[in-house]
Ligand binder design. Structure first.
Ligand SMILES: Nc1ncnc2c1ncn2[C@@H]1O[C@H](COP(=O)(O)OP(=O)(O)OP(=O)(O)O)[C@@H](O)[C@H]1O
Ligand SMILES: [Mg+2]
Length: 352
């Protein structure tokens, strides 16, 4: 087990500033996800941790020691990449044994370790198959076993599931989490898929243009996004534009209650973010907040109903599909939500 700390890492490629004061401290044995859109710097940060790339400034600390200048092969880290990266001319077992051979682990101990790992990843019966005889998911399991073989102090996974189909993805994702918990290895998991990040992680670091916008538990990231970028990136949110006034937030002709500790001065332009599960639609009543159903998106057990408010804003509600049946486009409904579950953030003019 290991304690990793990334201190204010900066990295540029030519004029492009790819990492900006990226800092993270990991607890021993936890699984942290780096989550962010394509190009935000996830792989670059992972490669700096692995020693495959050098930071322009800042440091990578492992158990209190600065390892920024240490060669990759001395860092004792296991890595799994997005693309299948097994040695094609070696069997699954030979692939897993590779790192142990390099380290001159004695033959019988090596064979026993390989057996254990092939069992751990559920491929006991596939030890003598070559990569081309294995499915994508099986190949990634072998890659995982190979990364774990050396008992790494840190496991680095760069979008290991992105080439797999949806069902295998979910299966292997759950299995990675089980194996990580069984082995207790501190793990950094890179993904641009928010559902994946929320489901496997102890904590999630959301990256935005090379910065860490928020580093917190999946629940906190989902319920209390720290920035407009995080609120927009995690889950489908409805956005309503308003401004802070005495006693709350002004939205059109209403004043909505805001938490007393919001800390924003009167007049601040804000966006109110609402999760689709927190929006309620009911038959139109006198005095209710009126909206008109614009569209329905069938998602299986739930249906997302999109409603236009009089000011033109669109709001989304997820309803159990039978309840959504009567809410055809054009229907007038009363729209309500619990302000306690809304997130109010200063408007970010740079966010999309
Ligand atoms: N060796 C390099 N030379 C020049 N530019 C690079 C290099 N590596 C990465 N970049 C640039 O740095 C930025 C961040 O790249 P990075 O691979 O870290 O993104 P990412 O978050 O992993 O994206 P993805 O989700 O697509 O894998 C990108 O704009 C990329 O083009
Ligand atoms: Mg990448």
């Amino acid at each position: 087990m290991a304690r990793l700390e990334i201190r204010d890492v900066n990295k540029s490629y030519g004029p492009q500033h790819v990492l900006r004061d990226a800092g993270l401290t990991f607890a021993e044995g936890e699984l942290v996800t780096l989550l962010g859109p394509s190009g935000c710097g996830k792989t670059t940060l992972l490669r700096i941790i692995a020693g495959l790339e050098t930071a322009d400034s800042g440091a990578v600390m492992l158990d209190g020691a600065d390892i920024s200048a240490m060669a990759p092969n001395r860092r004792n880290m296991g890595m799994v990449f997005q693309a299948y990266s097994l040695f094609p001319n070696m069997t699954a077992a030979e692939n897993v044994a590779f790192g142990l051979k390099v380290r001159r682990t004695e033959g019988r101990r090596r064979a026993a370790r390989v057996d254990d790992l092939m069992e751990l990843v559920g491929l006991g019966a596939f030890r003598h198959k070559y990569p081309h005889q294995l499915s994508g998911g099986q190949q990634q399991r072998v890659a995982l076993a190979r990364a774990l073989a050396i008992s790494p102090s840190l496991l680095l996974l760069d979008e290991p599931l992105s080439a797999l189909d949806a069902r295998v993805r979910v299966q292997l994702r759950d299995e990675i989490r089980r194996i990580q918990q069984e082995t207790g290895v501190t793990t950094i998991f890179v993904t641009h898929d928010q559902e994946e990040a929320l489901s496997v992680s102890d904590r999630v670091a959301v990256m935005n243009h090379g910065r860490i916008d928020q580093f917190d538990t999946p629940q906190a990231i989902y319920q209390r996004p720290a920035t407009a970028f995080v609120a927009g990136f995690i889950g489908i949110s409805s956005r309503l534009e308003g401004h802070v006034a005495e006693g709350g937030v002004v939205l059109g002709s209403e004043v909505l209650p805001a938490p007393p500790d919001h800390g924003m001065t009167t007049g601040t332009q804000v966006t109110i973010y609402l999760r689709p599960e927190d929006v309620r639609l009911s038959p139109m009543v006198e005095g209710g907040r009126r909206g008109t159903v614009r569209a329905q998106t069938f998602m299986g057990a739930q249906t997302r109903v999109s409603v236009a408010l009089p000011g033109g804003a669109e709001i989304h509600a997820d309803l159990a599909t039978p309840e959504a049946g009567a809410l055809l486009p054009g229907t007038e409904v009363a729209v309500d939500w619990n302000m306690d579950r809304a997130r109010i953030l200063p408007r970010d003019r740079t966010a999309a």
